[in-house]
Design a protein around this ligand. Structure first.
Ligand SMILES: [Cu+2]
Length: 157
């Protein structure tokens, strides 16, 4: 009877050890198995830029997982560089990274956080799709196609 109880205690302790391993930043598959960060992007668009060399990018980032993640950077095969910016009353500041809380949403929108794409090639046309590659700490990368929209476009729900 006593021996059986200790065997049960050992079995119960094992998943805790595995979960602890996942939290120290292990493989993506381990994170998925233990309910880590799960990132997805919706509503990605780029207003048709007035200058061919520079455009803004907007989207909504969702984390359906149980752990926070950090967006550490964005790249695009269609742009020379992509930066993350925060608009303020008079200027824009660089965002080195963006926290995405567990079960949280982070919005990149006009007059707030946004991407700044420089050196777009070819020059964007209405309806074109521009690939964005989002890299995270604590989650697998996400690739999304942003659609080039008219300047007056307002994202729906
Ligand atoms: Cu900017």
């Amino acid at each position: 009877m006593r021996r059986r109880a200790s065997a049960l205690a050992l079995a119960a302790a094992l998943p805790l050890v595995l979960a602890g391993c996942g939290s120290s930043g292990g493989h993506g598959s381990a994170d998925a198995a233990t309910g880590g960060a799960r990132l997805s992007v919706t509503g990605a668009y780029i207003p048709l830029p007035s200058m061919p060399d520079m455009a803004a990018g907007y989207f909504v980032l969702h984390n359906d997982g149980d752990r926070a993640a950090t967006l550490t950077g964005v790249t695009s095969p269609d742009a020379r560089s992509v930066s993350m910016h925060q608009s303020t009353a008079s200027t824009m500041v660089d965002l080195p990274n963006v926290q995405v809380p567990a079960h949280g949403t982070v919005t990149f929108a006009r007059d707030g956080r946004h991407l700044m794409l420089m050196g777009l090639h070819p020059a964007p046309k209405l309806g074109a799709r521009i690939e964005l590659n989002l890299r995270f700490e604590g989650a697998a990368p996400v690739t999304v196609q942003a659609t080039v929209q008219p300047l007056t476009y307002q994202p729906g729900q």
